[in-house]
Design a protein around this ligand. Structure first.
Ligand code: HEM
Length: 164
C-alpha cells in the first residue's frame, strides 16, 4: 500500500535525520566549542562522554529503527538474489548494507573505547598525559570514521533514489 510505504519511508527519514544530523552536530559544532571553553582535557572528555551517552539514548534506537525500516523498504528485492546482483539498484543496496555494517562496527568500537571503567580512570587521573592523548586520538579517529560512513550511507541512499 502506497500510504504504508510512505509512512515507513518517513520513519526511515526521521531516524536518518536524528542519526546523521546528531553525529554531524557533535563533530562540527559541539566538539570545537568544547575545546574553546574547557581548558582541561579530563573535563572535556567527561563532558563529551556525558553528551555522547545522552545522544545514544536517541541515536541507538534511531539506528535500530533505520535498519528495521531499511529492511522493510527493501524486503521484496532482498528475497530476489538474482535481481540483487543483476541490477544497479541491487548492487548499490548491497553496498549500502555493507557500509551500514561497517558503521555499526566503528560505532561499537567508538563506544567501547570510552566505557565506564575507562572514564572513571580518566577522572581519577590514573592515566598519564601520553596515555590520555593516545586514547583521545583513538576515540576521535573512530568517531570521525563513523560520521564519514554515515554520510556515505546517505550518498548510497541518494543513488538508490536516482534510478541510476
Ligand atoms: C545509517 C543507516 C541508514 C541511513 C542514514 C539511511 C538513510 C536513507 C535515506 C536518507 C533514504 C532516502 C532516500 C530517498 O530520497 O529515497 C533512504 C532510503 C532507503 N533506504 Fe536507507 N538508510 C540507512 C539504512 C538502511 C538499511 C540498513 C537499508 C536496507 C537494509 C536501507 C534501505 C533503504 C532503501 C531500500 C531506501 C529506498 C531507496 C529508494 O529506492 O528510493 N537503508 N535511506
Amino acid at each position: 500500500m502506497a500510504l504504508e510505504q510512505a509512512i515507513i519511508m518517513w520513519i526511515h527519514l526521521i531516524c536518518s535525520a536524528i542519526w546523521v544530523g546528531g553525529s554531524l552536530f557533535i563533530a562540527i559544532v559541539f566538539a570545537p566549542i568544547l575545546k574553546s571553553i574547557m581548558p582541561t582535557m579530563e573535563d572535556r572528555i567527561h563532558t563529551m562522554v556525558k553528551v555522547g551517552r545522552r545522544f545514544n539514548k536517541i541515536a541507538i534506537p534511531a539506528l535500530i529503527i533505520l535498519i528495521v525500516t531499511g529492511i522493510w523498504n527493501s524486503h521484496q528485492l532482498l528475497s530476489r538474489p538474482d535481481l540483487l546482483l543483476s541490477t544497479n539498484y541491487g548492487v548499490i543496496l548491497i553496498i549500502k548494507i555493507f557500509v551500514v555494517f561497517a558503521l555499526l562496527c566503528s560505532y561499537a568500537v567508538h563506544v567501547r573505547i570510552i566505557r565506564k571503567d575507562v572514564e572513571e580512570k580518566i577522572m581519577r587521573k590514573e592515566f598519564n598525559e601520553t596515555q590520555i592523548l593516545k586514547l583521545r586520538k583513538k576515540i576521535i579517529i573512530v568517531g570521525e570514521v563513523t560520521v564519514v560512513l554515515s554520510v556515505l550511507v546517505l550518498f548510497l541512499a541518494a543513488l538508490l533514489n536516482s534510478g541510476i
